[in-house]
Design a protein around this ligand. Sequence first.
Ligand code: SIN
Length: 281
Amino acid sequence: MMAIGLRPLHDAHGVEVQGVDLAKDLDDATFARILDAHHRYGLVLLRDQKITPGQHIAFSRRFGELEIHVLNQYLLPGHPEVLVLSNRVENGKQKGVPNGGWIWHSDLAYMKRPSLGSLLYAHEVPDEGGDTLYAGMHAALEGLSPAIRKQIAGRSAVHSYAWYYAKLDQRAPLTEEQKAKTPPVEHPIERTHPVTGRKALYVFEAFCDEIPGMPQDEARALLAELFAHSVKPDYVYAHRWLPGDILFWDNRCTMHRATPYDQQKYHRTMHRTTVTGDVPF
Ligand code: SIN
């Protein structure tokens, strides 16, 4: 068993798990401690990892089945389980998603079965900018006023990938096939974590603009209030990347957004695997 240590990252969520080397065989007991940290902290950081795409995939698979992302033009050749996020252009072709998630979101929330968690591995990072911000959505829900809790109780929100895409300016539009695979879906605004039973706020600026059964202007005002509330410093951990970092976040109780950087001056290349989750309740 590897001797591991835990260093919390923020009051709301997040922990660095020290002493793990994913290039070596990971015994079951060490794996169980990482999984437990993931459930308790929602966000697990492993530093100084030197692993191949195959090792990244094998580690990710221990948490569940992996998604093949709908943006098939950005999958790593030979390893479709890896989504490349990169501003590099090679032979005139964009190597990865050029602006990976600059609006607050949780991965695949626009699917009927959103992702359980994502493992992002930093290959090259800018000297400044390009941090990723993570909001702890258990703490955000628990910090809402009783009046707002009453307003959202029992309600769902619509999550739409096409609506998100319409707001982006740096990406090629979705193909008809990609649109057909991502029709709008409804999920409860208060989501229950299937392992811990703790509730989390589950609405995201990227995808949500509608609350069924509520007039549009009222829904927009309520969503805007929820979005502003959940990104208060009390709930947000900002991660400054180093090459070799792997962050494994729980999409059921966190949301995230990448911050901009000077794309003319720096390269930023990240590899993401995405673990399949279950239907929110
Ligand atoms: C993502 O949105 O999954 C990636 C975030 C990042 O590139 O920092």
